[in-house]
Design a protein around this ligand. Structure first.
Ligand code: ACO
Length: 336
């Protein structure tokens, strides 16, 4: 199937991980769990936890600066800033507005999107649309989470899973020409939400349904609550269809993909999906053992780590897929 030329491409990537490490052995001292259980059920060995005083916009700004530097652009070159996060510095204003100020970017639209673990793919898709229509040239997309502040550290079913971090990309015009054999850029994106499963993964307190009160704090309603098994089943099914959908939209097969950058929620989910898509394990990038589930930051951190390490090379084709609260999920195929 002939494919349209890409309109936008990734000009730079960056990430930030806070230095503080919390290992499974640390968690063994906090809740009734074991390193063996966490490793076998999730693939996670340790995760990063930001120090007191560090806020989401600090990590987003660090990742954004690294992406701008790789792109060879200044903050004032940005036409739009999108921050995907469920853990902004505060409910209002948007984390993106604070990132704009901290980066020293000029006046431009800067807004947050809430699609949990799928947030980065949602942001990438939105940025691509704005560049495709010619309204924007340079867009910063950040996925950032400070989940350690919304995790119930007494709940072993969730606290072992999550970590803090930020990843970012700068998108610009692809400048692809007809006849290019392998044009670099965003080759396809697809995003979806099924709100019928909204209660399976949520932070119930702090919004209009349960405004903050002594009761909401006592009942730990400001922390993540998850029906893990429900999410697991739907994650395998939907990430499989999202990956196939992304390939079909780009007119590709799995053999055209050099690397898989899947959301790092659970190694068993990724293994099951990729076995069914028939992608060999050596193409599937992983860092869940070191960083855990960093939600919207997961894919851009993984991509930047591997790009800077020289594993992903310019011109390589990457399939991304992610699913999280909403439930929202999405996929993208990008030639870097
Ligand atoms: N240590 C030891 N035992 C535990 C732990 C733990 N940390 N957590 C749960 N258990 C126990 C349970 O209590 C249960 O015990 P029981 O059989 O006596 O009742 C047993 O282990 C099995 O529990 P399950 O929930 O069935 O374990 P499962 O294999 O499903 O793994 C997990 C749980 C890791 C949460 C898995 O379901 C999962 O990864 N789900 C998907 C998560 C996800 O993708 N979330 C979306 C992204 S996050 C976002 O959007 C912010």
């Amino acid at each position: 199937m002939p494919t349209a030329l890409p309109s936008s491409r990734i000009l730079g990537t960056g990430h930030y991980l806070p230095p503080g490490v919390r290992t499974n052995l640390d968690l063994e001292r906090m809740v009734e769990t074991t390193d063996a259980w966490i490793t076998e059920r999730t693939g996670i060995k340790e995760r990063r936890v930001a120090a007191n005083g560090v806020v989401t916009s600090d990590m987003a700004t660090a990742a954004g600066k690294a992406a701008l530097e790789m792109a060879g652009l200044k903050a004032t070159d940005l036409d739009m800033i999108i921050v995907a996060t469920i853990t902004p510095d505060m409910p209002m204003p948007a984390a993106a507005a604070i990132v704009q100020r901290k980066l020293g970017a000029g006046v431009c639209p800067a807004f947050d999107i809430s699609a949990a673990c799928a947030g980065f793919v949602f942001g990438l898709s939105i940025a691509d649309q704005f560049i495709t229509t010619g309204q924007m040239r340079h867009v910063l997309v950040v996925g950032v989470e400070l989940l350690s502040r919304v995790v119930d550290w007494t709940d072993r079913t969730t606290c072992v899973l999550f970590g803090d971090g930020a990843g970012a990309v700068v998108l610009g015009p692809a400048n692809a020409k007809a006849g290019d054999a392998k044009p670099r850029g965003i080759l396809s994106t697809a995003i979806l939400t099924d709100g019928s499963l909204a209660n399976s993964l949520r932070i119930p307190g702090g919004g209009s349904a349960a405004p903050a009160s002594h009761e909401t704090v006592d009942q730990r309603q400001h922390c993540i609550q998850m029906k893990g098994q429900d999410i697991f089943k739907v994650a395998v099914k939907n990430l499989l269809s999202a990956s196939r959908n992304a390939l079909a939209r780009a007119g590709m097969t799995q053999d055209d993909i050099d690397w898989i950058c899947a959301h790092q929620a659970n190694k068993r989910i990724i293994d099951q999906v990729m076995a069914r898509v028939e992608v060999p394990p050596e193409k599937v990038l992983m860092n869940i053992d070191r960083v855990g589930n960093t939600s919207s930051a997961s894919i851009p951190i993984l991509m930047d780590e591997n790009y800077r390490a020289g594993k992903i090379k310019p011109g390589d084709t990457v399939l991304m897929c992610a699913l999280g609260a909403g439930i929202s999920w999405g996929s993208a195929i990008v030639r870097l």
